[in-house]
Structures are given as C-alpha cells and as structure tokens.
Design a protein around this ligand. Structure first.
Ligand code: GRF
Length: 206
C-alpha cells in the first residue's frame, strides 16, 4: 500500500507539527508528511519543518477566503493529500472547502484538529489560560474531526488533565502540550496501522 499523505496546517510555534513530523519519520512507508502549510510567513513552524526536511508553503489570506482556500485545495490535489492535521492553524475552514476536500475521499472528512480543553468547554483561543484563571479542577485535550465551526466537529477522543492547584500557568501549559503531542502521535500511529478512522463521516458535512 502507498503511504498515507498528510498535510499539516499551522500558524504558530509548531510544537505539534514537529511532534507529528518526527512520529511520521518513524513510520516510513506508512505515513508521509507531504508538506506544512502556514498562513503566516513568520511562523516558527516553517523553520521547524524545514529543519526536518519537510517542504513548506505559505498561503496568506491576501484577498477573500474563497481565493485562499482555492489555492490550498489546488495544492492538496497536486500532492494527493489524504489527511489534513490542523496544529494551531488560526483560520476556520469553510464548509465549501471541507466538502471539496471530502469529495477527494469518497465523501469522508479526513481533517482533524487537536485542542487544549475538554470541548465543548473553552473553544477558541487561550483555552488553557482561561481554564486556569477560572480555577477549574480538571481540563484536558480533545482530538476531533473538523467542521466549519470553531472547535465544534465530532469528538474522536478526550483526555483529562487534573490540576493540583499549586502549578503555575506555565507549568500547566507544558503538561497540555506534552499530552497533545502524545495524543496526536497516537492517532497518526493508528492511521498508519490502518485503523477504523479511515471510514468515517459522511454526515459531518451534511
Ligand atoms: C496547541 O495548543 C493546539 O492545541 C492549539 O494551538 C496550539 C498550537 O501549539 N490548537 P503549537 O504551535 O503546536 O506549539
């Protein structure tokens, strides 16, 4: 079987992207990270990907979303991408984009995201800080399929992260990121093993 071809979309530092690339490189013949895409020319993720010999593309939002997404779709088609992993990509993808990508895969939504909260709690930005400042006793990480909403797609798995109470925000944040990397890499290994995820989801976009 041909390796599954993955594109990672990221706008920022890229610690999740780096973890995914390193994991994929341990799965030769099964998973290939074809490229990293960013909408931010200065994003740290671009250097991390390049250092690991993964091609990068920057497609900023110059005009409207339709134009940007058409450029991205063209790239996805050219590179025969099977799965998109969002890793701190700070743009919502439109329903039209998701539908167009799904039609490349028999109607399946093969786009996933990792988010540092137990969704539906704390969607959007600064989830870790907001939960910390609210003094929650437990938060966590959610892996989910992507729909057109803000962190609203069907949940694949959730993993909780209790709070001791005396940790700093920085210490707590580090635990989230470590957990995110573990969960995202685990999902990649499951894909490589040909697990059930490949059949999912016509109904997400209906
Ligand atoms: C992560 O917390 C991820 O869950 C969220 O954005 C952050 C990206 O961090 N969606 P990094 O750029 O992967 O380090």
């Amino acid at each position: 079987m041909k390796p599954l071809r993955v594109a990672i979309f990221a706008s920022g530092t890229g610690s999740n992207a780096e973890a995914l690339i390193r994991q994929a490189q341990e799965l030769p013949g099964k998973i290939q990270v074809s490229f990293v895409l960013s909408d931010q020319p200065q994003a740290g993720v671009l250097g991390k990907a390049a250092a690991l010999d993964v091609p990068t593309h920057v497609i900023p939002r110059r005009g409207d979303r339709v134009t940007q997404e058409a450029e991205i779709l063209q790239l996805l088609r050219e590179r025969s991408i099977d799965w998109i992993f969002l890793a701190g990509y700070m743009r919502l993808l439109s329903a039209e984009f998701l539908r167009a990508f799904a039609t490349m895969h028999e109607g399946r939504t093969q786009v996933v995201n990792i988010h540092p909260s137990l969704l539906p709690a704390y969607p959007g930005k600064d989830s870790i800080r907001r939960a910390y400042e609210d003094g929650v006793s437990v938060s966590g990480v959610t892996l989910h399929f992507v729909d057109q909403g803000m962190d609203t797609g069907p949940i694949i798995s959730q993993h909780s992260l209790p709070r001791r109470g005396d940790e700093s925000l920085q210490e707590w944040s580090q635990l989230f990121h470590r957990l995110e990397h573990q969960i995202y890499c685990q999902f990649l290994r499951e894909l490589a093993a040909g697990s059930h995820f490949r059949g999912y989801l016509k109904e997400v976009l209906s």
